[in-house]
Structures are given as C-alpha cells and as structure tokens.
Design a protein around this ligand. Structure first.
Ligand code: LMR
Length: 388
C-alpha cells in the first residue's frame, strides 16, 4: 500500500508502520547528493518548503542518517531515504523536480573546472537514471563545473531521446544572491530590495553582472521595460563597477580560500591540544589530514539557500504562478553559444521564455567577449565527454 511508509527506528526499539500522508498537495522532489555539504542544508530547507509533499534523499553514503534526522522535522513533506547506486532508480521514479548537488567541491587553489574529471562521470550516471525514471522532471543542476555539467546532462538526455531544453536548468542563483548582497553593501540598501541580473555562466569571467541595466522612465513610458534590470535603479562609478564585478566573479573562490584558513587554524589548535595531552604527535598530523578531508564535506549554507530559492521558483512555475523570473544557465539562442545564463520565466513545463541580453555598456561588452570565449571551451568539453 503506497500510503504506508515503513519507519524503522535505528535503535531497533520501535519498528512500526506509519500511515504516510496520502494525497497531500505538493510536488515530489529528489535531491541527488543529499548527504554532502550542499545536500544536507538543502534537504533541511526543502523539507520546510510547503510546496513539497514528498522528498527523496539519495546519496552513495550517509543518506540514512541524514534522512532520519530531517524526517523528525514537523513539516509536511514525507522524507524517504535511498542509499547507493542500486537505489538510484527508486529514488527517481515519479519525481517532478530533481536537484543535483552531487559530486566533490573544490579545495583552495582549484578552479571549478578542476572538478571536471570526477564530477562529469557522477552527473552522467545520475542523468542516465533520470532518462529512465522521470524523463519529464525539471532538473536543477548544481554540480560544478556547471558550465560543463549542463551540456553533459543535455547530451545524456539527447542520447536517450528524452531531451527537453525547457526542463534542464544549471543553477547560477548563488552568484545572483552574492550580487544582490554586495550591491546592497556598496549602496547602503537592504539586500531584500536588490535584484541584479547576472548572465553568462558560473565560473570566473563567465559570470557577467549587468550593472549598467536599470529601469528608465523612457522605457517604462514606451512599455519597453524588460525584466533585465538592476532594482532598485542605481548607478555605479567605474571603481564601484570594477570592485563589484570582480567580487561577484570571485565570490566562490573567496569562500573556498577562507575555509582553508578556518580549518587549518582549528586543526593546528586541535593538534597542539593533542600534543599537550601527550598523545602521539603522529595523531596530531593525522588531524591535519582529516581537516583537509573535512574540506570535502564542509556545509555550504549559501549554496543551499540559493538552490532552494531557485527550486522554489521552479515549483511555483510548475504550480502555474505568473511572472516567476530567475537567472539560470540554459540552452539558449541569446548568443551564438548553445548554452548561456540568462533571465528566464518559469512555467508549468519548465522554461516559458528566455529574455534577451538587452543593452550593454562598453565594460559589459568587453566582459561578454571574455565570457563567451571561456564558455565555448567549457561547453565543448562537456559535449565531447559524452560524444567520445
Ligand atoms: C560557489 O560559487 O560557491 C560554488 O560554485 C562552489 C565553488 O566552488 O565556488
């Protein structure tokens, strides 16, 4: 009976069959990579989302613990655990939205592209599961390098004959979140009032904030206003533009580098303490090794926050809400490249509309050319990985 969900207490003290909530309105969502540094806070925030009725948490390790923990939250979504590749297909059957943060994060000194060799294969396997079990689901791809993993997913779907470009979205929301925050800081605004369009891609120079675009009364009076605008309308000095563009492009690297200092200082303090406790020094060096490994699983809260903000927009679009607009890395004809991050309107079947770039100033035109050059290579790398 699908209305019954077997709940097994890990203590073994309590093993009962509980009536799962039947027919609760909402969408079925799977998180692939739910026990990782993004996956755990993402699972918590999706469990709090009232649009979600069923939440499947899949990972190759540790998903039972994470699921048990999350399932204790007194929110509506029913949570189910899936562990290991043999359970991937069960995790995916019937899903409306699949969110993929799976894979390894970068360590200090690495670019997102350095993750390609490991994450490309992981994304391929997960997308093969999607083609078999939920080919009509909306896919939110977070695993880096997004500029290559989205083309990989597209090629896997094409190969299986299930590709619908309207349903595949690379999540670039985190750079928008950062852009809103940094602009608010510089202008002395409340970040909740700020909206900055960020186009291009999700790595270094491919991240292109369009700081020059703002609502003008002329455009409004001619009804030519587009959603590609900085809100509230503000203008920046050349120095502010330079500072903001660079900070938005390098926000991810800033976080990765800062975490090294945090972990190393904790580790060195911990090692010193072990030494004072007359524990063999070799153990304290082991502590440092563990610290480096810990960088793999450090909890990435803003990425989860951004992913949930984006997933919620996709679910509101699926529900039929009007004017749900966000930036995402999608198949596009906005430039000559096959994929490009743009503002998109989300609807019942995924992307309903992709907005053109709008007017750019000289600074942005130069940035766009740099972005396109790097993007073209990253996209081709992803495509070749599957075609080879
Ligand atoms: C980010 O922007 O924080 C993520 O893409 C992770 C990373 O490696 O930068």
């Amino acid at each position: 009976n699908p209305n019954y969900l077997k709940m097994e207490g890990s203590s073994g003290l309590q093993q009962v069959s509980c009536r799962a909530k039947g027919g609760a309105p909402g969408f079925k969502v799977a998180i692939l990579g739910a026990a990782g540094g993004i996956g755990q806070p993402l699972a918590m925030l999706m469990k709090m989302n009232p649009l979600v009725s069923v939440l499947h948490l899949y990972d190759v390790v540790n998903s039972p613990g994470v699921t048990a923990d999350i399932s204790h939250m007194d929110t509506g979504a029913v949570v189910r655990c899936f562990l290991g590749q043999s359970q991937l297909e069960d995790a995916l059957i019937g899903m409306d939205l699949v969110i993929i943060p799976a894979g390894v994060p970068r360590k200090p000194g690495m670019t997102r592209d350095d993750l390609f060799n490991i994450n490309a294969g992981i994304v391929k396997t997960l997308c093969e599961g999607i083609t078999k079990c939920c080919p009509n689901a909306i896919v939110n791809l977070i695993s880096n390098p997004v500029n290559s993993t989205v083309p990989i997913a597209a090629e896997v779907f094409k190969k299986a004959g299930t590709y619908d470009p309207k349903r595949l979205l690379g999540v670039t929301m985190l750079v928008v979140v950062r852009a809103n925050t940094f602009v608010a800081e510089v202008m002395g605004l409340d970040p909740r009032e700020v909206e900055v369009p960020v186009v291009g891609g999700h790595a270094g120079v491919t991240i292109l904030p369009l700081l020059s675009q703002r609502e003008s009364s002329l455009l409004i009076s001619y009804n030519l206003s587009t959603p590609i605008q900085v809100k509230p309308p503000c203008s920046f000095t050349p120095e502010e533009t330079d500072y903001l563009t660079s900070r938005i492009q390098n926000g991810g690297t800033e976080v990765v580098e800062d975490f090294l200092y945090l972990f190393l200082s904790c580790s060195l303090l911990g090692s010193a303490w072990l030494y004072l406790q007359r524990i063999r020094i070799s153990k304290s060096w082991g502590g440092i090794g563990n610290t480096i490994n810990a960088l793999d699983s450090h909890i990435k809260i803003p990425q989860a926050y951004a992913a949930v903000k984006f997933a919620d927009a996709c679910l509101r679009g699926l529900r039929g809400d009007a004017s749900v607009i966000q930036c995402a890395f999608v198949a596009s004809q906005v430039t000559e490249l096959p994929f490009f991050a743009s503002k998109v309107r989300l609807g019942r079947t995924g992307i309903d509309e992709i907005y053109p770039l709008g007017p750019l100033n000289e600074y942005e035109r130069v940035g766009l050319e740099k972005a396109k050059k790097e993007l073209a290579e990253s996209i081709q790398k992803g495509v070749s990985f599957i075609k080879k």
